[in-house]
Design a protein around this ligand. Structure first.
Ligand code: NAD
Ligand code: WQD
Length: 340
């Protein structure tokens, strides 16, 4: 079996990708320092895939530990690099934490696997587009000045990866620019685990519906959109996970070399109010919501052109908004009835 290092494999997107890797016949090896995840996710993964995947707990910023790991796990054929800190607001307050964690971990991986035939899949973000001039946004759209240190780490990381390809330190790299990942696995055994008050829309919705939060505030209804609230391209995390398998398969082709980048979205924009309506429709649960002021730093609208992903990555999102909402709700209910 082909061994794939999954950094951050106990996190939200990483854990779903571990499942899809196993479904596709790969052997995932997880490295995670549990800075934003729980060890119990390994047991949850076991319930889904039938065995406990190999797991190493350490901080990727520690290059020696990564070297020791590489020596003890020879034959890694690919790396999917999820591990990073991801809270946009926190990155403004603690920028050095973000530059250290997100950049050191990547540079260490590139150093340790330098010159080896190891394909790298990198978690980038639609945040690199800022507010695009044209919608839907394509991969050739200009990268806009970052709105946060977090966003900047994604831009810098893409540049580092391109330089590593140019120098020959890396041979094959695919950067995947995620739009807004939401939802949970159909078994409701894994999903998003926000620490503290969620900053993202869908976990805030599900926590409001379950009664953990009193109400949800819609951040602005005076944007130039169909109902005045912001537009995003929400994508089911299981679809997103499958795209990582597609990226590995593309890199396995003998004619693939160098750096490439793909949008991972559905190609459909939904407003915040449409998401609230979809949640109510899909779950039958009424949401207590109010309209509030705009949130600083939000772009008005963004959704992806996914033509390149369909044609070259041979991947397309399949799950609709109602499935995203019902799966997120099923996971929230699971969490309220079970301790992990
Ligand atoms: P997550 O926080 O759930 O998962 C990240 C995992 O990496 C966590 O388990 C954490 O413990 C681990 N980790 C962090 N730093 C580490 C380190 N130095 N060494 C070892 N492990 C470390 O986040 P996620 O939502 O699954 O996101 C995965 C990736 O996708 C991140 O790079 C994130 O920036 C990117 N991304 C996420 C979103 C989103 O909305 N969730 C959108 C675009 C891009
Ligand atoms: C979605 C929409 C909010 C909460 C962030 C990062 C981005 C990427 C994904 C990593 C916006 C509105 C939200 C609430 C609301 N992450 N909202 N009330 O801001 O598109 O993207 O996560 O790369 O970099 O910036 O996602 O889920 O926070 O917000 O009205 O309580 O929901 O204003 O329009 P966002 P989000």
């Amino acid at each position: 079996m082909t061994k794939i290092l999954v950094t951050g494999g106990l996190g939200y997107i990483g854990s779903h990708t571990v499942v899809e890797l196993v479904n596709a016949g790969y052997e995932p090896v997880i490295v995670d320092d549990l800075s934003n995840s729980q060890l119990q996710i390994l047991n949850q993964l076991e319930k889904i895939i039938g065995f406990k995947p190999a797991f190493y707990q350490f901080d990727l910023c520690d290059e020696q530990k990564l070297r020791d790991f590489a020596a003890s796990e020879p034959g890694i054929a690919g790396v999917i690099h999820f591990a990073a800190s991801k809270a946009v607001g926190e990155s403004v307050v603690k920028p050095l934490k973000y530059y250290r964690n997100n950049i050191y971990s990547l540079v260490n991986l590139l150093n340790v696997y330098s010159g080896k035939p190891v394909g790298i899949v990198f978690s980038s973000s639609c945040t690199v587009y800022g507010q695009p001039d044209e919608l839907p946004v394509t991969e050739t759209a200009p990268v806009k000045p970052a709105q946060s240190p977090y966003g900047n780490t994604k831009q810098i990381a893409e540049e580092i990866l391109i330089d590593a390809i140019t120098s020959g330190d890396a041979k094959k790299v695919i950067a995947l620019r995620y739009f807004n990942p939401v939802g949970a696995h159909s078994t409701a055994l894994i999903g998003e685990l926000p620490i503290g008050v969620p900053q993202n829309l869908v976990p805030f919705i599900t926590q409001t519906a379950i009664g953990k939060r009193q109400k949800i505030t819609v951040f602005g209804d005076d944007y130039n959109t169909k109902d005045g609230s912001c537009v995003r391209d929400y994508i089911h995390v299981v679809d997103l996970a499958k795209a990582h398998v597609a990226a590995l398969k593309l890199m396995e082709k003998p004619d693939f070399s160098g750096f490439d980048v793909f949008n991972l979205g559905t190609g459909i924009g939904n407003t915040v109010l449409e998401i609230i309506t979809a949640f109510e429709r899909a779950t039958g649960v009424k949401l207590n919501y109010e309209i509030g002021p705009r949130r600083g730093g939000d772009v008005e609208q963004v959704w992806g052109d996914v033509t390149k992903s369909a044609n070259e990555l041979h991947w397309k999102a399949e799950l609709d908004i109602d499935t995203m909402m019902s799966s997120a709700w099923k996971w929230e209910k699971y969490l309220s009835q079970n301790t992990l």
